[in-house]
Design a protein around this ligand. Structure first.
Ligand SMILES: [Zn+2]
Ligand SMILES: [Zn+2]
Length: 116
């Protein structure tokens, strides 16, 4: 009977499972390999796909983002808010100028009626 191959981390029998070998010839199960990768290379930011150390990640809206993406997302949210405000305001500008022109015309008409 062939030697059973065991994961050097968790001891799972990996003989019939996908397994990996490290430089020392030890077997690793897929899960421990993934966990080791995560521990060594950090977590992948879902926004930019880059790897970061877990302590560098920021919780943002139920998911973890890197600090850069968190900044981008929150400033994008702020920009979106600012955009709705500026989108509302420019409409007031022509309205106010029309109102001012009408007022001027009205004043001019009153003025010329009384003083002509
Ligand atoms: Zn394992
Ligand atoms: Zn990111």
């Amino acid at each position: 009977m062939a030697t059973r191959k065991k994961c050097c981390i968790c001891g799972t029998d990996v003989t019939d499972l996908p397994r990996f070998r490290d430089d020392q010839g030890n077997y690793w199960c897929a899960e421990c390999t993934a966990q080791d990768k995560r521990a060594r290379k950090g977590v992948t930011c879902p926004a930019c796909g880059r790897k970061f150390m877990p302590q560098e990640m920021v919780r943002s809206g139920g998911k973890y983002l890197c600090q850069a993406c968190d900044l981008v997302q929150s400033s994008a949210a702020n920009a979106g808010e600012a955009r709705t405000i500026t989108a509302r305001n420019p409409r007031l500008v022509p309205l106010l100028s029309v109102f001012l022109v009408l007022l001027l015309v009205f004043v001019y008409v009153i003025y010329s009626t009384y003083y002509s």
